[in-house]
Design a protein around this ligand. Structure first.
Ligand code: PLP
Length: 345
């Protein structure tokens, strides 16, 4: 750290992404799709020829396609350079030193990083003993942020229980991060028509195999989208580049291929869960593209190391309550077979 750094940022603890290992390893550690997006170089020829121009800061073509896809108006959509950027915008827009923003004690590790970066007060609300997220535990007035399905547990809430919270708390902002919303959980996007205090965030990184392209989406009432736009135009009006805007439109036009992929993934997830259970593992019921599992008597770190020694990367979180677990991304059928064979029991 240089002596020039702002005093407020001297104790910054940045987010630690999963290892991006290269070479002939089986990578089941960052919840990427094992398949590339349904895109070809030819798709981008026209866009390439226009790259000397700035992209459309409103990304109107893409927003129209997204609006059609999610059955909302284009004015209810914002896009970002990955959903991390939109989450960051949301922390900037709604984080407040007076009322803490609340999120679960076990969830996406980026949330506390954004809060600390901006000096935003936050409260970590413990998940229940069985890792269930109970919205009735969120007392107070400040914004609430949940991932649904949650990470790294994979457990999902029903749309009805989220609706109940919105009905009970009409004056509280609820942000629902649906990063894993393509794999069988109920989406609350339809509720954005009814509730002006609901902000939903999605990503193309997981379901669409577009993590490297960086495209996130926010869906909410007009007034909330206006807040995000104000931040966007104060940080980087051109936050989504022209190639990524084009890619987003094309991926939505090829939605059928993705739906088929997701069906296959869900089947493989079920099979893999059964196999892990046969090996004596405890596996949470996941609605995401990963499984969260433990083996009684074997520390998670040991499992992680044993798999890594065989070239299979999973994610282990060295944090209270979940030390014994590993998070396994659903890869190809071959990847999952290799994983099952590599387990040391
Ligand atoms: C992966 C993930 C994100 C980030 O997605 P990007 O669009 O790649 O930035 C956000 N939230 C959760 C819960 C995630 O797992």
């Amino acid at each position: 750290m240089s002596r020039f750094r702002h005093s407020r940022l001297q104790n910054l603890t940045p987010y630690t992404p999963g290892e991006q290992v290269k070479g002939s390893v089986i990578k089941l550690n960052t919840n990427e799709s094992p398949y590339p997006p349904v895109l070809t170089p030819e798709d981008f020829q026209e866009t390439m020829a226009e790259l000397h121009r700035y992209p459309d800061p409103e990304a109107l073509g893409l927003k129209k396609a997204l609006a059609h896809h999610f059955a909302v108006k284009p004015s209810m959509v914002a896009v970002g350079n990955g959903s991390d950027e939109l989450l960051h915008f949301a922390f900037m827009a709604y984080g407040d030193a007076r009322e803490p923003i609340s999120f679960p004690d076990i969830t996406y590790g980026f949330y506390p990083v954004f809060a600390k970066l901006h000096g935003i007060a936050y409260e970590e609300v413990p998940l229940r003993q069985d890792f269930r997220l109970a919205l009735e535990d969120y007392e107070g007035e400040g914004p609430v942020l949940i991932a649904n399905p949650n990470a790294p547990t994979g457990l999902a809430l029903s749309a009805d229980s989220i609706r109940q919270f919105l009905d009970d708390n009409p004056r509280r902002l609820l942000i629902v991060d649906e990063a894993y919303g393509d794999f069988g959980a109920e989406s609350v996007i339809p509720l954005t028509h009814e509730y002006a205090n609901l902000l939903v965030i999605r990503t193309f990184s997981k379901g669409y195999g577009f993590a490297g392209g960086r495209l996130g989406v926010a869906v909410a009432s007009l007034t909330l989208i206006d807040d995000l736009r104000a931040i966007q135009y104060s940080v980087n009006p051109y936050n989504v580049n022209a190639l990524t805007q084009k890619a987003g439109e094309l991926m939505l036009a090829r939605q059928d291929e993705y739906e088929a992929r997701w069906q296959e993934l869900m089947k493989l997830r079920r099979r893999c869960q059964q196999e892990l259970e046969k090996k004596g593992m405890t596996v949470l019921d996941s609605k995401a593209n990963f499984l969260f599992a433990k083996k009684e008597g074997v520390p998670g770190r040991e499992l992680y190391e044993a798999l890594k020694a065989q070239g299979i990367y999973v994610r282990h979180f060295d944090q209270p309550r979940i030390k014994d677990y590993i998070r396994i991304t659903i890869g190809t059928a071959n990847d999952m077979e290799a994983l099952l064979n590599a387990l040391p029991f």
